[in-house]
Design a protein around this ligand. Structure first.
Ligand code: SF4
Length: 374
């Protein structure tokens, strides 16, 4: 079993208080007992252990600094952490930061450029969309500060290399065309659209029933903008689904049938399998007592518990295993399959949305082929 991605939670607190955040606002209070920042000793253990993992599995992986807000570590601590990671990992492993963008400074960007670290910024769209949910601890809007952070990033001498794109949480009540054109205006290189958390027993925000298609319809309209655009930014979910529909392989978790090995290391050094499961009631059942100070990542990667978790990501519902769209859809993310009583043995709660979107993808492919043959 290979590890593809390691999420490093270097700060357990955040300077924003987004109402949909699965870390702070989905009923999980574990963050209150964690160290606010990863200690230097834990950083040392993480860097050494990641180096061991790289040598042992002989395959590179991505390291993503997450939080909380990772830039709360500050420029000097970030520089020291990057240096340790690069010493142990060389330049082969990608290192990136998922940030809310508010604390981006030219000095932090200098440090990222020096250590070949990229940044993805969380922004949901224009102010009226973003500020509905992404507010600070005093309830104040954050959009202006985030957009300013993106401008600082783009203005940096190495900005084109540093800025990998944005991560946008979908609100299906908004206009997808407005959001698409806003990201064009921002000149982002790519957008990773993320659906809101939820499951069959606690429907995601904006979804009126399991069979409704608010998200699928919204993403289909984004797809229409994307296809009509002569110079679109990359959209990972659509790129992957289009590739899968044409017989290729995908790279995004929750799309297609490719297996993903993801581990999370928290600020206290504890190692977990999947953070997003915190938003479903069985989340705790997936947590072990592994810690970077007494367990080796390469041993965790081959452990039965990790293999079991890996296998659990594959859809088990007969609706999925017999579905003609399985190769493209993949049955969705594990956390979205949960239902009281049946656990994770269900299609994703976004099944109807996936069906709608994939059908639109096939419409576009058929249209393209008919134009080619005309
Ligand atoms: S979630 Fe729905 S569309 Fe996706 S594979 Fe399962 S049954 Fe098919």
């Amino acid at each position: 079993m290979f590890i593809d991605t390691v999420l490093l939670k270097v700060a357990s607190r955040c300077n924003l208080d987004c109402s949909y955040c699965y870390v702070y606002n989905m009923g999980d209070e574990a963050w209150r007992t964690l160290p606010k920042r990863m200690s230097l000793a834990t950083e040392d253990a993480v860097a050494r252990s990641l180096g061991e993992l790289l040598r042992s599995q002989g395959r590179e992986f991505s390291v993503v600094l997450h939080g909380g807000e990772p830039l709360m570590l500050g420029e000097r601590r970030l520089a020291s952490l990057f240096s340790k990671l690069r010493t142990n990992l060389g330049l082969g492993c990608g290192i990136s930061i998922q940030t809310n963008g508010v604390l981006i400074t030219p000095e932090i960007l200098d440090c990222c450029a020096e250590h070949h670290v990229t940044l993805s910024v969380s922004i949901d769209g224009p102010a009226e969309v973003h500020d509905q949910f992404r507010i600070d601890r005093r309830g104040q809007a954050s959009h202006a500060a985030v957009e300013e952070g993106i401008r600082v990033l783009q203005a940096h001498g190495a900005g084109a290399d540093l800025f990998s794109g944005v991560l946008a949480v979908v609100d299906p009540k908004t206009s997808p065309e407005t959001i698409y054109h806003y990201f064009k205006y921002l000149c982002v290189p790519s957008v990773d659209f993320l659906y809101r958390d939820g499951n069959h027993s606690a429907l995601p925000f904006g979804k009126s029933s399991v069979s409704s298609t608010e998200y699928g319809t919204w993403m289909s309209r984004i797809l229409d903008c994307y296809v009509a655009d002569a110079a679109p930014f990359r959209i990972r979910m659509l790129d992957d689904m289009l590739k899968l529909a044409l017989g290729g392989v995908g790279v995004k978790e929750g799309v297609g049938l490719t297996d993903y090995g993801i581990l999370i290391i928290d600020t206290d050094g504890s190692i977990k399998k999947n953070d997003t499961l915190k938003s479903s009631p069985l989340g705790d059942a997936f947590n072990e007592t592994w810690n970077i100070h007494h367990d080796e990542l390469q041993e965790i990667a081959v452990s039965q518990a990790f293999r079991d978790y890996h296998v659990a990501q594959r859809p088990t519902s007969s609706l999925c295993t017999n579905c003609s769209l399985l190769k493209i859809c993949g049955g969705g993310m594990l956390t979205h399959r949960f239902r009281e009583g049946t656990g994770y043995d269900n299609p994703t709660v976004f099944c109807a949305d996936q069906t709608r979107l994939i059908s639109r993808i096939y419409d576009h492919i058929a249209h393209y082929l008919s134009m080619e043959s005309a």
